[in-house]
Design a binder for this molecule. Structure first.
Ligand SMILES: Nc1ncnc2c1ncn2[C@@H]1O[C@H](COP(=O)(O)OP(=O)(O)OP(=O)(O)O)[C@@H](O)[C@H]1O
Ligand SMILES: [Mg+2]
Length: 280
């Protein structure tokens, strides 16, 4: 009886949350003609600030310009605001001040499908669906046009093909509830394959902090390199090896950019990231 009571209570709590979600007001879909602003660069952060709680700012007055095809890497200590910055760029959070422009368009005036086509992501906590690996890779691409060959080719480029083929059901392996039937590194490779297939113009990568062994790290690096070719990339780096391919490195600290430059330029400056940079 006690167990049943517990179950009922947690079910009631859960359903309350579901109803809260259903009652949420729908985010207005911008239907007008988007205003075109003057922009110097492909991606432009115009004095962007953001706060999660309206008390203290997690992102403070960021001004940033990223050119087409450029790879910008962000480094900084835990909690510096790196992931928050990437969520702002994706339009998943709204700046409390300033705006973010892509090709002169405010991302908050873009339609959802435009954003979906524009961005490809490999995030710190990427999710896989309880579907087959094949379907997980195809997610985000136009389903009618995705062939099995294209899925395998994307997995090959992402260095994921080798381990998928070794699974008992290969590409038809179905993810379990918490996707625990794949390692963290393997899940990242699937996310990379998904982005390779979708061919987005802008890549937003938030490297996983979790430990992967040297061999997996090399696979992820070469998968990422393939993915980044010819694209504008915003990458949050937790591993020194990632910085090798960056055109520019930004150091974020408590929501502010405190240093900026190429890997060589940053190495010449005195700072505590020196060790991190020299390892790469
Ligand atoms: N959803 C949230 N609600 C409230 N505060 C949050 C939320 N997400 C992050 N924060 C806070 O904002 C700050 C920046 O977090 P963020 O995740 O951007 O850091 P990070 O630089 O990505 O760190 P890490 O290197 O550990 O991934 C932290 O102090 C964090 O506690
Ligand atoms: Mg983060």
């Amino acid at each position: 009886m006690a167990t049943i009571t517990n179950t009922i209570q947690s079910t009631i709590a859960a359903s309350e949350r579901i109803f809260e979600l259903l009652d949420e007001e729908e985010k207005p879909i911008f239907s007008g003609q988007a205003t075109k602003y003057n922009a110097n660069a492909f991606i432009q952060f115009e004095n962007v600030s953001f706060s999660y709680n309206n008390i203290h700012s997690t992102i403070k007055d960021i001004h940033l310009e990223i050119n087409k095809g450029e790879t910008v890497a962000i480094i900084g200590s835990n909690g510096a605001g790196k992931s928050t910055l990437s969520l702002l760029l994706l339009g998943l959070l709204t700046p409390s001040k300033g705006k973010i422009l892509i090709n002169g368009m405010d991302i908050h005036q873009m339609k959802e499908h435009e954003k979906l086509e524009l961005f490809g992501t490999v995030l710190q906590e990427d999710w896989l669906f309880r579907r087959s690996i094949r379907e997980n890779i195809a997610y985000g691409s136009n389903n009618n046009q995705v062939t099995d060959e294209a899925i395998v080719r994307a997995a090959e480029l992402a260095q994921a093909d080798y381990f998928i083929r070794n699974l008992p059901n290969g590409y038809d392996t179905v993810m379990n509830e918490s996707s625990s039937n794949l390692s963290e590194g393997e899940k990242q490779l699937i996310a990379i394959a998904r982005a390779v297939l979708a061919q987005p113009e802008i890549l937003v990568l938030d490297e996983a902090t979790s430990h992967v062994d040297k061999e997996m790290d090399e696979r992820i690096q070469s998968g990422l390199q393939e993915l980044m070719k010819g694209r504008t990339t915003f990458i949050i780096a937790h591993h020194p090896s990632t910085l090798k391919n960056a055109d520019r490195i930004l150091v974020l600290d408590k929501g502010e950019i405190i240093q900026e430059g190429s890997r060589e330029e940053l190495m010449d400056q005195d700072d505590y990231y020196e060790d991190f940079l020299f390892q790469s």
